[in-house]
Design a protein around this ligand. Structure first.
Ligand code: SAM
Ligand code: SF4
Length: 327
């Protein structure tokens, strides 16, 4: 039975956070004063994650993305990838990473059966990288990107959160990068979360960005292969890669949303921007049956709203921070 919500949306994509910890400190993701890290015993084990994912797959999920926090700081992550790879019916396993450990892990992730990698990188300047992330690790990240390309994770997706007066002067450099390398650069609109310094004055809308880029480059829209793709993509001057825009703030994609989320501590969320969550960890640890777990998943989906709150309300809603939910 498909995971269908009240608005006819089929959910076939699960984002799984494997840790709430991170080795970077991007201010837009993690509050400056830090968060209360979960103790490792509070996190789902690999076996528990595999069990939940396999139940989701039996309900029609075809794609899983591992995220966090930083997924590659969870020890032995390739082992989890290999476990999930064995699930019949699961077609795609992807990961979103800050790439600090990707040079170390790219080949073992490939061997374990990982299909796709998205790297997050908001600047091409090492000093600015240190300012945004509060860690001086640009060189490791760049090595990670090269390692992923060398392993054949192509095209590699690169997420860039654009913020006015922080990194918006690098837009054209990122576009050039997408021409020269097999990289899809995806500009993401800055989203508000608890204490993440968001304000409308920092938001750069995709329409303004598109105009700016079109003045310098020839853009050709790329037909989306799936209705639920969140990025609007373009080829640039016939270059190697592409660019894309993730317009969560100015043109939401709620009407075609196909995603559910599992937090590292075992809560199910049906929307990134809704505080509602349903924990299954303790239920599982007290011997829940498959049907009981399925019922919790369906309860979460039954509460999914037609669309998330508007820009003016989002930053006020009671929700965990991005790093705790899993982006
Ligand atoms: N640590 C990994 C990484 O950075 O790729 C995975 C977790 S991170 C929370 C996932 C994605 O969320 C990243 O691409 C990050 O840029 C994005 N993100 C975090 N906070 C955001 C915000 N306030 N607005 C837009 N995107 C955000
Ligand atoms: Fe860490 Fe990713 Fe959040 Fe940056 S965006 S603090 S790398 S989880």
């Amino acid at each position: 039975m498909a995971l269908l919500d009240r608005f006819g949306r089929v959910h076939d994509y699960l984002r799984v956070s494997v840790t709430d910890r991170c080795d970077l400190r991007c201010a837009y993701c993690m509050p400056e004063e830090g968060i209360d890290w979960r103790d490792s015993t509070e996190l789902l084990t690999f076996e528990e994650i595999e069990r939940v994912v396999s139940i989701f797959v039996q309900q029609g999920v075809r794609k899983v993305r591992l995220t966090g926090g930083e997924p590659l700081i969870r020890p032995e992550l390739p082992t989890l990838v290999a476990m999930l790879r064995k699930l019949p019916g699961l077609e795609t396993i992807a990961i979103t990473t800050n790439a600090t450990h990707l040079a170390r892990d790219a080949s073992s992730l490939k061997r374990a059966g990982l299909d796709k990698i998205t790297v997050s990188l908001d600047t091409l300047h090492p000093a600015r990288f240190a300012a945004i992330t509060h860690r001086d690790r640009f060189a490791e990240v760049w090595r990670g990107i090269e390692a992923a390309i060398a392993e054949g994770f192509l095209p590699l997706k690169l997420n860039v959160v654009l913020m006015a007066r922080v990194n918006d002067d690098e837009v054209l450099d990122f576009v050039r990068l997408s021409c020269e390398r097999p990289i899809i650069v995806r500009f993401i609109e800055f989203m508000p979360f608890k204490e993440n310094g968001w304000s409308t004055t920092k938001l750069i809308s995709y329409r303004d960005l598109l105009q700016q880029i079109s003045r310098e480059f020839t853009l050709q829209p790329v037909e989306s292969s799936s209705r639920s793709d969140v990025a609007k993509e373009y080829t640039v001057n016939g270059g190697l890669g592409r660019i894309g825009f993730i317009t969560s703030m100015t043109e939401d994609f709620c009407s075609t949303c196909n995603r559910m989320r599992l937090t590292a501590d075992g809560a199910i969320k049906s929307c990134l921007h809704d505080g509602a969550e349903f924990s299954i960890r303790d239920l599982m640890r007290s011997g829940a049956t498959q049907v009981e777990i399925e019922n919790v998943i369906r309860r979460s989906l039954a509460g999914k709203q037609e669309r998330h709150a508007g820009i003016d309300e989002l930053y006020q809603i009671e929700n965990r921070t991005m790093i705790q939910i899993g982006g």
